[in-house]
Design a binder for this molecule. Structure first.
Ligand SMILES: C[S@@+](CC[C@H](N)C(=O)[O-])C[C@H]1O[C@@H](n2cnc3c(N)ncnc32)[C@H](O)[C@@H]1O
Length: 295
């Protein structure tokens, strides 16, 4: 990833969310406050404004639809389905006594921004590269909210545990849920292992995590193509870590985490698409909910 530029894939998720919201059959899946936040972030930068303009162009929409079919069928709808799932499990965790939400590689996600006013007693922290954080701060933060802060870390270069424990806004005594959405596949295996170890050590047995993982490209449960890998290499965000959903339980076990749920394509569809006519759904990225095992 290019250090001085905001993440290209973070822009792509925002643009894909708005692209989905513009389709009449999916409009009910994206709330007005999500649309407003996406637009506000895109409006704040030249790249973002160009992406907004693309969405208004008929020829861009035709091209995007074709590109999606050959690169990652169903991916733009998938962004919306995965965000709906994450919001549901985070809200459930907050009802269940969790009082801190840390989004790792938050990019331009709007969940913490939207929830920090509703849950004033909950502490929200978002982590990403400095360049991506700076764009988000410029777009959304007139003043620094008391219960939402941004922290700049590169997971492959900085010790997340050290950086978070030195961050005065982070409270290790709070029951915490970590979100890691669309991020782990860009990290090396050793950095993924280290991240789980760090989280467990930081917040102990109260730790929960919801993360997305990617099926290996060769898996029958992955309908993305070779062209996608070439594209991600071109934007300097190559895929590094993939894992089959059948191996997730064992992976978590090694990290002393317990698997609570795997939300794969059928489950995401069951949760959000009942009664909605849809095309090919994305297969490849799935969501995992887990918590640290009791000692
Ligand atoms: C596909 S985007 C997902 C953004 C957001 N989580 C979402 O789903 O809307 C991937 C994000 O991971 C961040 N990221 C990737 N590698 C990272 C690293 N080594 N350290 C910090 N952030 C990283 C990128 O900056 C980017 O914001």
């Amino acid at each position: 990833m290019e250090q001085d530029k905001a993440s290209s894939t973070a822009y792509t998720v925002l643009q894909g969310t708005l692209y989905t919201a513009n389709k009449s059959q999916y409009a009910s899946l994206v709330s007005e406050d999500v649309i407003t936040a996406c637009q506000q972030i895109l409006q704040a930068s030249e790249i973002g404004r160009a992406r907004l303009k693309q969405l208004e162009s008929k020829s861009y929409n035709l091209l995007a639809s074709f590109a999606e079919k050959i690169l990652m069928p169903g991916i733009t709808l998938h962004y919306v389905l995965r965000k709906r799932y994450i919001e549901e499990v985070v809200r459930e965790a907050l009802t269940d006594g969790v009082t801190q939400v840390v989004n790792l590689g938050a990019g331009f996600d709007s969940l913490a921004w939207r929830l920090h006013k509703e849950y004033s007693e909950v502490n929200f922290i978002e982590i990403d590269h400095p360049a991506t954080n700076a764009e988000k701060e410029k777009a959304l933060f007139d003043t620094q909210p008391e219960n939402l802060s941004l922290l700049a870390i590169d997971f492959s270069q900085t010790d997340t545990k050290g950086a978070l424990s030195q961050f005065d806004r982070f409270d290790p005594s709070r029951p915490t849920i970590y979100i890691c959405e669309g991020v782990l596949m860009y990290l090396k295996k050793q950095d993924v292992d280290l991240l789980f170890k760090n989280l467990k050590e930081l917040t102990g047995t109260s730790t929960r995590i919801v993360f997305s993982a990617l099926e290996p490209m060769s898996s029958a449960n992955n309908n993305t193509g070779l062209l996608l890998r070439i594209y991600l290499k071109l934007v300097s965000e190559p895929l590094n870590w993939t894992i089959s959903s059948t191996d997730i339980s064992e992976f978590l076990d090694k990290q002393a985490f317990k698997l609570l749920e795997i939300a794969d394509t059928p489950l995401l569809a069951e949760k959000s698409l009942k009664g909605i006519k849809h095309g090919t759904l994305h297969k490849g990225e799935y969501l995992v909910l887990a918590r640290v095992k009791e000692a």
